[in-house]
Every structure is written in structure tokens, then in C-alpha cells.
Design a protein around this ligand. Structure first.
Ligand code: 2RA
Length: 345
């Protein structure tokens, strides 16, 4: 089955990354692009005035952009990818679900809702079946599925590996986040060169709550959030792409560095590196394979972990991921693959 995909917010940084990942993808074809009212009716290459350094094929550049309403998206679109500002998403995404569309969303609204699947396929794929609860409660023919914040995605797979092996009592994280996480306003703010900004609005609470939902247990009816205490501090630094994070965990069981390495080494999509910054260059390879759920593929969508050390309470490690390729856009595409794999498309 080829999934006909629509992209809401197609002209933004994440929208452009979605085009980059979906256009060559064997299971998806881009069938609709939407953006602001001002852009509606224009060719994509006219509407997308501000461009990040990703290839936009002619077939997409020539497409006409619609307005971000269900009326402007063809009925035969099977899956909507959304990367809208949360203030827009909280209005628009339910309208698409009521109209019968399934939405794989990177927008931060509704991630904590009890009936909304918040998924990283390698970590908690079974949570996707919350869709059934959502449809019963909301009467939608469509469905809303969320991926977490890109900074959350970077740390949760390595944390899941340690949680499975040792149990986690407490998680503390300090992030060093690239400016591309802030989209247009971020990338143009490279004036922060030789500076660091010790706060990213709302980011800390997103990481603290989303990680507990992702690491929680799903019994078929509801998710019991993980009981670990999570504290986050988020910093913006002058790099273009790639979130680097320092994580401390208090483990329930004693854990050695070697045991932690083994737990991470065998966890899907984790690349264990002695120094995680090596990985960022993998994402920039022009011939990098597309994101796939295939655990064994060297798909370049891995999350680097490394620098594991023992601490008084447990372990400390570093992790790094490309925030718009493995985070944002890639996370939404991997959830699209999960929806397809589980028969929801
Ligand atoms: C950021 N994680 O980096 C947030 C949203 N992309 O700004």
C-alpha cells in the first residue's frame, strides 16, 4: 500500500524536513501541502520563502499549497503529518480527526492527553492502540497520534534501555540544544554565537512529563505513567542542528558501566559511541538511508549514547540526536510507519 500523505505546516523547518524524508520514502507519497492563508493558492516554491538546506524536488516545488483546513485536503489522503504551532494545532488537528483523517503530529498540544498515543516506536509501540480508546471517547473516524518533543526523543530510548535493565528512580537532564529547534526564529538567531541561553520556554516541563508517559505501562485501556522523578534544564547553544544532552539516573538496581553499555548496545536504534558527537555527521550524509522501523538497518536515524559513568546514585551518560531529522520530522514519519505496520492505515 502506498500511503497518500498530507503535510500541515509544509513551509516551516520541520515541514521541509518532512518533505525531505517522505519524498523518497517507499511507502509514502506526498499528496497535499498546506500552510497559512497567505500561502494558500501559491506554488510551494513561492510559498516557502525561507528555506533550510534540504532538497525540495520539482514535483513538490510545483505543487499548489492549500489552506490548513480539512476542506483544502483531498479526501483520498490517508495520513496527515502535522507540525503546526501548538496554538494552531490544538484547533486544527481535532478538525482533521473529526473529518476522518489520521494525524501523526509533532505539535506539542495534546501530548499529555490520556487518550492520545505519545509514541517512539522503538520504546512504546503498543501505546499506539490508545487510538481505540480515543475513537470510543471522541467519536472520531480519524485519530490523533503524537511524537514527543525532539529533546525528549533524544534521551528516552537510552533511558528505556537502562529502565528495562535496572529500573529508574530519578532522572536529571541538562540539554545543549541547536537553534534549528526554534525553527525560522531560531536559525536566524545565530547571533547568539559565543553565547548560550539558559532556558527554552516550556521545554523543561515537556521533557519531565513526556518521558514519564513514554516510559509508562499501557494495559490496553490507559497508560500508567512511570514513577521516576524527572528534572530538566534546557539550554540553547549556537549550533545549527543536533541536541546534545547530559543525563543522570538513579537506578533501582546496582548498575556497572559495562552492564549499562550492554543494555544500550542491544537497544533498537541506539548507537553506542564513546563520544556521541561523532554521530551527528552520520545524518548529514547525502546518501543516508531513510528512517525505517527496521531495527537492523543502519538507517542513520540512530540516537547516539556514550560517555557512561558510574555516579553515587547510578549512572551518567551523554546522548545526541539530530533534532529535526531524528526528532520532529523523523519521529512523525516513524509513527506513520508504525500506524501502517499496525493496520491503522
Ligand atoms: C526546541 N525542542 O529545540 C524544541 C522544539 N523543537 O526549540
Amino acid at each position: 500500500m502506498t500511503v497518500r500523505a498530507g503535510i500541515l505546516g509544509a513551509t516551516g523547518a520541520v515541514g521541509q524536513r518532512l518533505i525531505q524524508l517522505l519524498e523518497p520514502h517507499p511507502e509514502f507519497e506526498i499528496a497535499a501541502l498546506t500552510a497559512s492563508e497567505d500561502s494558500a493558492g501559491k506554488r510551494y516554491d513561492e510559498a516557502a520563502k525561507w528555506r533550510i538546506d534540504v532538497p525540495i524536488p520539482d514535483s513538490v516545488a510545483e505543487m499548489t499549497v492549500g489552506a490548513t483546513t480539512p476542506e483544502d485536503v483531498p479526501d483520498d489522503v490517508d495520513l496527515i503529518f502535522s507540525s503546526l504551532p501548538s496554538s494552531v494545532g490544538e484547533e486544527v488537528e481535532p478538525a482533521f480527526c473529526e473529518a476522518g483523517y489520521i494525524v501523526s503530529s509533532n505539535s506539542s498540544n495534546a501530548r499529555a492527553d490520556d487518550d492520545v498515543p505519545l509514541t517512539i516506536p522503538e520504546v512504546n509501540a503498543d501505546h499506539i492502540d490508545l487510538i481505540e480508546v480515543q475513537r470510543d471517547e471522541r467519536g472520531w473516524d480519524g485519530a490523533l497520534v503524537k511524537n514527543p518533543n525532539c529533546s525528549t526523543i533524544t534521551m528516552v530510548p537510552p533511558l528505556a534501555a537502562l529502565d528495562e535493565a535496572f529500573g529508574l528512580d530519578r532522572i536529571t537532564v541538562s540539554t545543549l540544544q541547536a537553534v534549528s529547534g526554534a525553527g525560522y526564529s531560531g536559525v536566524t538567531s545565530m547571533e547568539i554565537i559565543d553565547n548560550a541561553i539558559p532556558h527554552i520556554g516550556g521545554e523543561e516541563r515537556k521533557m519531565e512529563t513526556e518521558s514519564r508517559k513514554l516510559l509508562g505501562e499501557f494495559d490496553g485501556a490507559e497508560v500508567s505513567w512511570h514513577g521516576a522523578r524527572v528534572d530538566a534544564s534546557c539550554n540553547r547553544i549556537p549550533t545549527l542542528d543536533g541536541h546534545l544532552e547530559n543525563v543522570w539516573t538513579d537506578t533501582e538496581a546496582d548498575a556497572t558501566v559495562e552492564e549499562a553499555k550492554e543494555a544500550m548496545r542491544s537497544y533498537p536504534t541506539l548507537d553506542l559511541h564513546s563520544s556521541p558527537e561523532q554521530l551527528i555527521h552520520v545524518f548529514e550524509q547525502p546518501d543516508r538511508p531513510q528512517p525505517r522501523l527496521d531495527r537492523d538497518a543502519d538507517n542513520g536515524m540512530a540516537i547516539a549514547a556514550g560517555g557512561i559513568q558510574e555516579t553515587d546514585g547510578g549512572l551518567q551518560f551523554n546522548c545526541l540526536a539530530h533534532n529535526t531529522l531524528r526528532g520532529a520530522a523523523g519521529a512523525s514519519v516513524l509513527n506513520g510507519e508504525l500506524l501502517l505496520e499496525r493496520g491503522y492505515l
